[in-house]
Design a binder for this molecule. Structure first.
Ligand code: C2E
Ligand code: CA
Ligand code: CA
Length: 707
């Protein structure tokens, strides 16, 4: 059903009116000359006169224009030879004869004639018959050119079809209304989004069919559109049988017609995806908890609220203890399940008004609002710790991961969200330092530690470019021969703002930020470049040991860089040693294993650093291609003082030798230690007894003096 009409281009046809005029003129015995004068006067209208034999006796200017024959060309010609198409000739001749002989009038009609060039000419043709003073009959045809009208009609029909197609193709709903809001008509290609059946709309107002709330919205916006005389759009929602749907309505005033057009679009899908995007932006996709962004936003809200009513609040920074091991040993899937379950447990402990969010990894944040007393935080922290002491059952396994919690309270530990978060983070570090599975409240001392951490992080950016790093070298000695066999490269950082920063302080931060990757590349290049100089300087096959952090193994360019640098520096692979700690191996990641195998295949030596401090797992020594074992300084320290350390070192050396490993003792500071290590069969030593780590130039002097 279509009742929305496209307006015809022309008003009621003029030729209809004219027809009446012509008919009124019809009577007998009229003199022709005044008649012709009349037709000449209205020469915008084509008029032709014919005698009883249908020969042209009158042909005005408009006829010339319409049919293309001049007056002279047409004069005396028969109508059927001029403008009547072939197939109509007989009919025309017969009709004309009938009129003359039997007085059967030819009615006015729309006909298609043809012009001089043979083109179709559509006309509305009216005819009158006169009998002149000689008693001869004369027929006059008065034609109205319908070409333009026809075109206009076709255009109108075309436009209507086009609208039809558009209405059908567009899923929008169209409503046409009176100015008072009564629905006159509608179009809906998709009826499933209609609130009530279409018939119910007609003759009603939106207020009658839609729920109050929505109807009111419509009414307000219609009023606004009428006032402002411009298009207005707004959104609303409706509960449809298939669920909640969202719509956008646009109201346009058709002022010429005193009507309102409302176009309604179903935007439920857009709404859903916008909501999804919103959710993704503010919520953690794994645990569905608020993410860092939303949590900090809530914290800001909580602080505003606390400030205005002199209230207290607390931020708890939570970190699962040793969570990495779950991921590394049981895989990420188990790790993910563990995190989801952790989120559950946290939510269960908290009050409704509190927020728990995930900051990333295994870090969570808890925001406690409206606290009566800071002592309440203690209770909550205790409960949290207890909840995590219960084993998690995941994939048929029982797992326990305890929590370390750092607490910062408002207003004492900071007034802004980021201050509190940072301080809670510092307190969490403290809890870890206290042995984990505990909580710690923020103190001013922690603040100092944290500030230092941030300062280091800040200064480390660009430090490479500013050439603030320098490699020092600590020579290593063959215990028996007492001569230099090589050195360990140890990084030094001098920063104008911070002074000298020790590697124990900056390496973990560089690891954390990932800056260890470019810094590590720098170390490798510098160490090998110096080794090249050193070897040619003394003409000896010294070795060079470089420390590698776990994070450096994620650097896909690590191995190619090593290969390339060995090549460029003309250093053979067996002179190069890479020191790694057990920490590198604990994850058991295959990419680390692959890298170690390749390192071994290249002929580079692999060294187990700091042995004795970690798990001191023998299986690592067996399973990975180690060449060297370095006994940690802390054991060497005690060997001359207590028997147990001495026995331990003795056992380590024996065991290493049985595995074919060369043993290096680190941190040898005294002659006694050296003598004892010699007795115990240690192969290589390094330490302050011989030399501290020294700059390259100094090492060159030092080693040449010993030659
Ligand atoms: P590390 O690999 O165990 O290095 C030995 C550390 O012991 C060095 O500290 C060295 O200066 C120190 N040391 C050597 N002999 C003695 C001694 O007789 N007595 C005492 N008390 N200490 C001695 P440093 O240079 O401060 O390095 C600390 C740690 O930083 C290194 O421990 C290593 O793990 C890391 N590190 C240093 N440079 C690099 C590097 O270029 N890359 C990476 N990834 N780590 C590095
Ligand atoms: Ca080392
Ligand atoms: Ca070491």
């Amino acid at each position: 059903m279509t009742t929305i009409k496209v307006m015809p281009l022309l008003e009621p046809p003029q030729y209809m009116k004219l027809n009446k005029v012509v008919s009124a003129l019809s009577h007998q015995y009229i003199i022709n000359d005044p008649l012709h004068e009349l037709f000449d006067a209205v020469n915008a209208i084509p008029v032709q006169g014919y005698d009883e034999d249908r020969r042209v006796i009158y042909w005005n200017e408009a006829s010339e224009l319409l049919y293309g024959y001049t007056k002279e060309e047409a004069g005396g010609q028969k109508i059927e030879d001029l403008i009547i198409p072939k197939f109509m000739r007989e009919v025309v001749i017969e009709a004309h004869t009938n009129w003359i002989e039997k007085d059967v009038e030819i009615p006015a009609a729309e006909v298609t004639l043809c012009d001089k060039s043979g083109n179709d000419i559509s006309v509305f043709s009216s005819h009158v018959m006169f009998t002149n003073q000689y008693n001869n009959k004369q027929m006059y045809c008065i034609d109205i050119d319908l070409t333009e009208t026809r075109e206009a009609q076709e255009q109108a029909i075309f436009k209507e079809h086009m609208l039809e197609t558009i209405f059908e193709a567009i899923p929008d709903l169209f409503f046409l209304m009176d100015l008072d809001g009564t629905i006159i008509d509608y179009r809906a290609s998709n009826k499933s989004v209609l609130y009530v059946s279409p018939e119910q709309f007609i003759g009603k107002k939106m207020v009658d069919v839609l729920p109050d709330e929505v109807a009111k919205k419509f009414q307000n916006h219609i009023t606004k559109a009428l006032q402002q005389e411009e298009m207005i759009s707004f959104e609303y929602e409706l509960t449809l049988p298939h669920g909640l749907a969202y719509f956008e309505a646009r109201i346009s005033l058709l002022s010429t017609y005193q009507q309102i057009m409302i176009i309604i679009r179903d935007i439920t899908e857009q709404h859903k995806s916008a909501e999804l995007i919103h959710h993704q932006a503010y919520f953690d996709s794994l645990t569905l908890l608020p993410n860092r962004f939303l949590a900090l936003d809530r914290l800001t809200q909580i602080l505003i609220e606390a400030e205005s009513n002199n209230g207290k609040a607390a931020v708890l920074f939570l970190d699962l203890d040793d969570f990495k091991k779950v991921n590394d040993s049981l895989g990420h899937e188990v790790g993910d399940k563990f995190l989801i379950e952790s989120a559950h447990r946290l939510q269960q402990v908290l009050r409704k008004e509190d927020t728990v969010g995930r900051l990333g990894g295994d870090e969570f944040i808890i925001l406690l609002r409206g606290l009566a007393d800071h002592h309440d935080v203690l209770t909550i922290a205790e409960t949290l710790l207890n909840t995590f002491r219960e084993p998690f059952k995941i994939d048929g396994r029982e797992l326990i991961r305890t929590l370390s919690i750092g607490v910062a309270v408002y207003p004492e530990n900071g007034s802004g969200a980021s201050d509190l978060l940072r301080n809670a983070d510092a307190a969490m570090y403290q809890a870890k330092a206290l042995g984990r599975n505990t909580y710690s409240f923020f103190t001013q001392e922690m603040n100092i530690v944290m500030q230092r951490r941030y300062a280091i992080e800040e200064q480390m950016h660009g430090a490479l470019e500013r050439q603030e790093f320098e490699l020092y070298f600590q020579p290593q000695f063959d215990v028996k021969q007492e001569h230099i066999i090589g050195a360990e490269a140890l990084l030094r950082w001098h920063n104008p703002a911070l002074g000298n920063v020790t590697p124990d302080e900056f390496i973990p931060i560089a690891e954390h930020t990932g800056l260890i990757v470019p810094i590590g590349q720098y170390v490798i290049k510098q160490a090998l470049s110096f080794l090249n100089v050193w070897q040619s300087h003394d003409q000896k096959k010294y070795t060079m040991a470089v420390n590698l952090s776990p994070r450096q193994f994620k650097d896909t360019e690590l191995l190619s860089l090593i290969k390339k640098t060995l090549n460029e520096m003309n250093v053979s692979a067996e002179c190069f040693e890479l020191e790694i700690t057990e920490g590198v191996l604990m994850g058991g990641q295959s990419y680390i294993n692959d890298a170690l195998v390749e390192i071994n295949a290249l002929g580079i030596k692999l060294s187990m650093d700091d042995f004795g401090t970690g798990y001191s797992s023998l299986s690592y020594l067996r399973d990975y291609p180690f060449d060297i074992l370095k006994i940690d300084r802390s054991f060497i320290n005690g060997i001359t003082l207590n028997k147990s350390d001495c026995n331990l070192v003795k056992a380590i050396i024996a065991m290493s030798h049985s595995l074919g490993l060369v043993v290096v003792a680190e941190g040898v500071e005294t002659k006694e230690q050296l003598t004892l290590l010699n007795e115990l069969g240690c192969d290589v030593v390094q330490g302050y007894y011989y030399s501290k780590p020294i700059p390259a130039k100094q090492l060159l002097d030092f080693s040449v003096a010993l030659l």
